[in-house]
Ligand binder design. Structure first.
Ligand code: ADP
Ligand code: ADP
Length: 232
């Protein structure tokens, strides 16, 4: 479970501070697919960086499964972050490495034994539907295939939470739906908590259980998707 309590993030620009996130309170249950939607500049990316400990809040606390990520530092933070994975809009794959090598990379960093890495890579290749493409380079893949690699890589260390930052925004509508189906499948299979930020209503409607609407750093609406998007 993820709990954000009175989270604010203020960036200081000389005399002109910017409040990117403004007193946000949210609870995300284990196993939920949780959407954070808002226009550009609403504070979504900052919020997701606070969730994975890349940014420290100016005030407030972020706890993930009881651990205070906002206070963690050094090795404690590094260990915690292994369990909070990211999927990116522009995939962030290593260009000079194959599909298998990209997926294996974070396990190598984590010091996983080679035999275990190979078995896990094979399992993940099957899970995301890339069998036959193991030795391809990212430049040889379609956008949807690149994102499948991004998702496999994110799952490598058995995370508790998957954070998706505009994960389908660079994809065409049909590929978007295929990637959303994959995320849904992973959520159901592993009861994995997924938090996704997006500016697309369609993405939230298709797979999210709950949604928070952000505007100017604040959560202006929050609830079950059907309730939030159905207005009289
Ligand atoms: P979104 O992801 O919804 O587009 P962001 O979180 O990127 O929103 O940005 C929210 C606000 O915070 C914007 O006004 C943005 O310019 C500002 N901001 C984000 N990151 C920084 C930063 N590192 N330094 C200064 N201002 C930032
Ligand atoms: P190495 O095997 O030497 O660690 P990398 O695979 O990290 O090399 O990167 C090889 C080259 O590709 C570098 O010049 C790097 O800047 C570039 N590169 C790797 N990943 C990306 C990416 N996601 N976007 C743009 N350039 C990248």
């Amino acid at each position: 479970m993820i709990v954000l309590r009175n989270i604010s993030k203020i960036f200081k620009h000389g005399t002109d501070p910017i409040t990117a996130v403004d007193d946000v309170n949210l609870s995300i249950e284990q196993g939920q697919i949780y959407g954070i939607i808002g226009y550009s500049g609403a504070g979504k990316s900052t919020l997701i960086r606070l969730l994975n400990g890349l940014e420290k809040p100016t005030s407030g606390t972020v706890t993930v499964n009881g651990q205070d990520i906002s206070a963690a530092r050094g090795e404690t933070l590094r260990q915690a972050r292994l369990k909070i994975s990211m999927v990116f809009q522009h995939f962030n794959l290593l260009w000079s490495r194959t599909v298998s090598e990209n997926i294996a990379f974070s396990m190598q960093i984590a010091g996983t034994p080679k035999a275990k890495i190979n078995a896990r890579v094979a399992e993940l290749i099957d899970l995301v539907g890339l069998r036959g493409r193991e030795n391809a380079y990212p430049s040889q893949l379609s956008g949807g295939q690149k994102q499948r690699v991004g998702i496999a890589r994110a799952l490598a260390n058995n995370p508790d939470v998957l954070l998706c930052d505009e994960a389908t925004s660079a994809l065409d509508p049909q590929t978007t739906d295929q990637i959303l189906d994959l995320l849904l499948d992973i959520n159901r299979k592993f009861k994995l908590t997924i938090v996704l930020i997006t500016h697309e209503m369609h993405v939230v409607r298709k797979i999210c259980d709950r949604v928070a609407v952000m505007e100017n750093g604040k959560v202006v609406e929050e609830g079950e998707v059907l309730n939030v998007f159905t207005h009289p």
